[in-house]
Design a binder for this molecule. Structure first.
Ligand SMILES: [Zn+2]
Length: 291
């Protein structure tokens, strides 16, 4: 079962998150019918977003990540909540498998260069928004850069998805976060551990999050804190789709009414289809602005 486990290292000198997201990524692959490289890119993004999601304190807190690269996959959008629910999509999910010269999936090439934007809605007046330039498009490196620059919290990030003949074999991630005042000894331990988590998808191949945690932290004093259960879940609803239609403006809705005598909207995250007949569309038109 997918799990995110948080740890305290050396009495709180560092924190760590170990996330297994194999089922989460497999479900996204099924829903979107994605190619290998799209699954790897979205799986990595969803894994880090799931960890950032459960770090938020309140039930209503939510966050989203948008990765806008100039590569063939187009835009990657992921949203996560504090209860572990995550949803995501890739603009061009059917892009062909791209391999690097070493035979690994070329996620960086498929994502390209561009920007990553994180929005956190923590129930304050304004949401927190942080944008950074993509460093490699390999996702983990881009998140590490985001944490260091936007959140002033340097950490080591590893994210990986292992695919085999159209199936997700393993998906997961590890975040190691030194806290202020961390000793030289603990820093050295984290530096020593970073190469071990580099091939993170192999770590999760056959191992649970708990087993990976034991494997990584055995040489040092550590304490297991919380366990969370990430899962793919879409929270779309008719009312939100109605607001989206109203936002299109009178002219666009009038056009739909004339040509299609209604509207059909498919949720980009779960493929649920919402149908609106002519009379419903007329009601929405009455609420829309003249744009
Ligand atoms: Zn949906």
């Amino acid at each position: 079962m997918d799990q995110i486990i948080s740890y305290l290292i050396a009495g709180g000198q560092a924190r760590a998150y170990v996330a297994q997201t194999t089922e989460l990524t497999a479900k996204a692959m099924r829903i979107h019918g994605m190619s290998h490289v799209a699954t790897a890119a979205l799986g990595r993004t969803m894994t880090c977003a799931a960890i950032m999601g459960v770090q938020m304190k309140n039930r209503e807190d939510r966050m989203s990540v948008t990765i806008k690269g100039d590569g063939p996959l187009g835009m990657i959008t992921v949203a996560a909540r504090s209860d572990g629910s995550v949803k995501g999509c890739v603009q061009n999910p059917f892009e062909e498998l791209m391999l690097r010269p070493d035979g690994k999936l070329n996620v960086g090439g498929a994502v390209g260069m561009g920007r990553m934007t994180v929005v956190k809605d923590l129930g304050m007046k304004d949401p927190y928004v942080g944008t950074v330039a993509l460093q490699s498009g390999e996702i983990a490196e881009d998140f590490a850069y985001y944490f260091a620059v936007s959140e002033q919290q340097p950490c080591a990030v590893a994210l990986g998805v292992l695919l085999d003949h159209g199936k997700v074999r393993a998906s997961g991630g590890v975040i190691l976060q030194p806290m202020p005042g961390c000793s030289e000894e603990v820093l050295r331990f984290l530096e020593h551990t970073a190469p071990l988590i580099a091939d993170v998808s192999s770590l999760f191949n056959g191992n649970t999050a708990e087993e990976v945690g034991k494997l990584l932290f055995a040489p040092i004093a550590y304490e297991r804190l919380e366990t969370y259960y990430p899962r793919y879940r879409c929270d779309c609803e008719r009312a939100r789709i109605q607001r989206l239609l109203v936002g299109l403006g009178k002219k666009e809705l009038a056009d739909m009414l004339e040509k299609q005598h209604g509207a059909q909207v498919t949720c980009q995250f779960c493929n649920k289809v919402y149908d609106f007949d002519a009379s419903e569309l007329e009601q929405l038109m009455a609420q829309a602005k003249d744009i």
